[in-house]
Design a protein around this ligand. Structure first.
Ligand code: F42
Length: 322
């Protein structure tokens, strides 16, 4: 399966055009990111449901801190109805910094996510649910629009979250681009059952001009490096000190220094960028490791529409042949 990620930080009319184009070019799934400061993910997804016909659609990823799991269940069930059964759900612990900016402290993420997924699954079956958990209490709650077939994907990078995803998810969304990170992550998915979808949520930038593709991905890589834990930086031979320099520059708004400090090692570790041939080879590497869905994530390319068309011409036909 081949997915694409859209961030609703652009007018939704534009996002809809990109998604229509992605469907025409052969993508199978469209994920919309969920952060309070962007346009609302479900508003975007309802529009996409109306304007597309085949692609699967889902938030990638929402979280059980800024939305109660009962509301998430109701939102994805509604999406399933308006899209004619194409909904999927991505749910993670949420972005710590974004949550902190609206006063939410991300406590006990693994335990909270487990409870939330249990509640969402029960509600989606249409059952009346009474639940007395550590974080959530439900008292005879019931949906009027059950949709029990919606697959639930867990956003995970850490060892405990990955193992949990393999226990409670129908799939996992792994935010990484490099084979080394997938080797590690897949080794932690200890309990997966047949049909479990291992999705690689990559940072991706394709263009005929490799230099332009690289320039487009630098800002994203700067943010990734700034937020990546020491043990993952070490895996790629990147020192904590260089990462901290980027974090400090970003924090004081000095984007020039931050982006200029991104090294080739960092871009290679945390993104897939370059010509269509090169990107195709990197995608193949991930499928060979056991990834079952590659998600083409931000920035997609220096010009999104051009990059989606380029994928449709020079990458997707070769992937579909396999
Ligand atoms: N976050 C968003 O807010 N919006 C998005 O659109 C979004 C998209 C997205 C796509 C793919 C993806 O993989 C992640 C995405 N995220 C998005 C981020 C996502 O929501 C999560 O933040 C991220 O995936 C979680 O990262 P993680 O697996 O590293 O988990 C964190 C929480 C972690 O620290 N995990 C550790 C681990 O080993 O897995 C351990 C945590 C742990 O054990 N905690 C204990 C517990 O009970 O939870 C408590 C420990 C204690 O002492 O309190």
């Amino acid at each position: 399966m081949l997915g694409i990620e859209f961030v609703p930080n652009i007018p939704l009319s534009e996002l809809v055009s990109h998604a229509i184009l992605a469907e025409e070019c052969g993508f199978d799934a469209v994920w919309v990111t969920d952060h309070y400061n962007n346009r609302n993910a479900y508003v975007a997804l309802s529009l996409l449901a109306e304007k597309t016909e085949k692609v699967k659609l889902g938030p990638g990823a929402t979280n059980p801190y800024h939305i109660h799991p009962a509301l998430t269940a109701s939102a994805v069930a509604s999406l399933d109805e308006v899209s004619g059964g194409r909904a999927m759900l991505g749910v993670g612990a949420g972005d710590e910094t974004t949550l902190a900016s609206i006063g939410i402290h991300r406590e006990k993420p693994v335990a909270r996510l487990k409870e939330a997924v249990k509640i969402i699954r029960c509600l989606l079956t249409g059952e009346r649910v009474t639940f007395n958990g550590e974080f959530f209490k439900l008292n005879g709650a019931q949906l009027t629009c059950p949709a029990s077939k919606i697959p639930i994907y867990i956003g995970a990078q850490g060892p405990r979250m990955l193992e949990t995803a393999s226990l409670i998810g129908d799939g996992v969304l792994i935010n990484a681009s490099h084979p080394l990170d997938f080797k590690y992550a897949i080794s932690r998915l200890k309990h997966i059952k047949k049909g479990f979808d291992i999705a690689a949520y990559t940072s991706f930038s394709v263009d005929l001009d490799e230099k332009k593709a690289k320039e487009a991905v630098l800002p994203i890589v700067a943010y990734i490096v700034a937020g990546t834990p020491k043990f993952i930086l070490g895996r790629h031979g990147i020192s904590l000190e260089t990462a901290l320099n980027i974090r400090t520059a970003l924090a004081r708004g000095d984007y020039h220094t931050a982006f200029a400090s991104v090294t080739d090692k960092m871009v290679n570790a945390f993104s897939i960028y370059g010509s269509p041939e090169h990107c195709l080879q990197r995608i193949h590497e991930l499928y060979e490791l056991g990834v079952t869905q590659v998600v083409i994530g931000s920035p997609i390319g220096p010009d999104k529409s051009a990059a989606i068309k380029l994928m449709g011409r020079e990458i997707i036909p070769s992937l579909k042949k396999k």
